[in-house]
Design a protein around this ligand. Structure first.
Ligand SMILES: C[C@H](O)[C@@H](O)[C@@H](O)[C@H](O)C(=O)O
Ligand SMILES: [Mg+2]
Length: 390
């Protein structure tokens, strides 16, 4: 039973000096300080349970997201949790359609990151009051309840409410067996922590050897700044992991479209599964061109960590511009918007491989992808989740 009126919302600017060790560095973010705008909401309920939510940021940007969270808080404080979850679609709309704040979005950029942090806290509060981990709350919601959380505005040309319901109803079939599988085996994952761009070859070798020893079988390497460095590093890692293990590349938006194609062709000998964010995250048709050019080499295009919203994902899917869809628990408008993207991916039969290279993201997004397996896609084929090693 959900209960209580939201009586307070606070937000903290939390930063870790990861840039000192070049942890998290890539071809575009050379000095990232992993950070978060961290939201806590309180209610007047006797249980005193609080909801915790965050959005991932890098250093200075956190200041601005914190301001945006404060600007949204009047839409949250004073509301009854029961009313929010009974009509979650409306609440999502109120947060994303505020007459003054939507001008600096809409549903993108700082204001959308702030929306994600606030809504993540609301979902956390709901799951805690129900005494379930978030994935289980989602798995045990009815298809009607799930659909009532989604804002279908702008996506009904590819996914109507009725179609979403049908997918979720089908997802209920043999759901118990998939839940058991998740509890026993967990979700397949790859490590992104061995080969940040600022790491030396020695460091890369050591981390890769450690990860192999721990049983990791899939590895992501940062590329995009210097072709000769990329060739050397990819060779190093491929030689270590062999051809039974999987290699993925991530360029973090470094290239123009034609440059991406020619650069990745030079790296094709290392047989990467995908090239991630080869160009601007907004260039849907550019991703389509790259996908087409690399398909004969067996290399897919992965993107999504900086894809603003469901509308962009809709177009990526319509344009067949990605082969691996990387949802992010804090870039999209929390669980609500991620649900719509999971359902669209199912409709287009595109595997979802969540992004989680950032503080808190691994912990959050695993709930969404476990739900996806149990209740939406029902498949683990070509599906792996991003994981940071401690
Ligand atoms: C700045 C960050 O570490 C990114 O490099 C990271 O999210 C990366 O793109 C990833 O896919 O994990
Ligand atoms: Mg990435």
């Amino acid at each position: 039973m959900v209960k209580g009126k939201i009586t307070g919302l606070s937000v903290k600017d939390v930063r870790f000096p990861t840039s000192l060790g070049q942890h998290g560095s890539d071809a575009m973010h050379t000095d990232p300080d992993y950070s978060a705008a961290y939201v806590v909401i309180e209610t007047d309920a006797e249980d005193a349970i609080k909801g915790y939510g965050l959005t991932f940021t890098l250093g200075k940007g956190t200041e601005i997201v914190v301001c945006a969270v404060k600007a949204l808080s009047h839409l949250v404080v004073g509301r009854n949790l029961e009313d929010i979850v009974a009509n979650f679609r409306d609440f999502y709309r109120q947060l994303t359609s505020d007459g003054q704040l939507r001008w600096i979005g809409p549903e993108k950029g700082v204001v959308h990151l702030a929306t994600a942090a606030v809504l993540n806290a609301v979902w956390d509060l709901w799951a805690k009051q129900e005494q379930k981990p978030l994935w289980k709350l989602l798995v045990y919601m009815t298809p009607e309840q799930l659909v009532s959380c989604i804002d279908f505005r702008y996506i009904t040309d590819v996914l109507t409410e009725a179609q979403a319901l049908e997918i979720l109803q089908n997802g209920k079939q043999r759901q118990e067996a998939r839940e058991e599988h998740m509890v026993k085996h967990g979700y397949p994952a790859y490590t992104t922590s061995c080969a940040w761009l600022g790491y030396s070859d020695n460091q890369l070798q050591k981390l890769c050897a450690d990860a192999l020893k721990e049983g990791w079988t899939r590895f992501k390497v940062k590329v995009g700044a210097d072709l000769q460095d990329d060739i050397r590093r990819c060779k190093l890692i491929r030689d270590m992991i062999g051809h039974d293990n999987e290699l993925m590349l991530d360029a973090n938006q470094r290239w123009d479209v034609n440059e991406a194609i020619s650069w990745v062709k030079e790296l094709a000998v290392f047989k990467p599964l995908w090239i991630e964010e080869p160009t601007s995250p907004d260039d849907i048709l550019g991703h389509g061109t790259i996908s087409k050019a690399l398909a004969p080499l067996g290399i897919g295009v992965a993107t999504g960590e900086q894809c603003h919203n469901r509308v962009m994902f809709k177009q990526f899917l319509q344009a067949r511009a990605l082969q691996y869809l990387q949802i992010d628990s804090c870039r999209l408008g929390s669980v609500n918007e991620n649900l719509s993207v999971l359902l669209m991916a199912k409709k287009f039969n595109i595997p979802v491989c969540p992004h989680a290279g950032g503080v808190g993201l691994c912990e959050l997004v695993q709930h969404l992808i476990i739900f996806d397996y149990i209740s939406v896609s029902g498949s683990l084929e070509k599906r792996i989740q991003d994981i940071l090693l401690k």
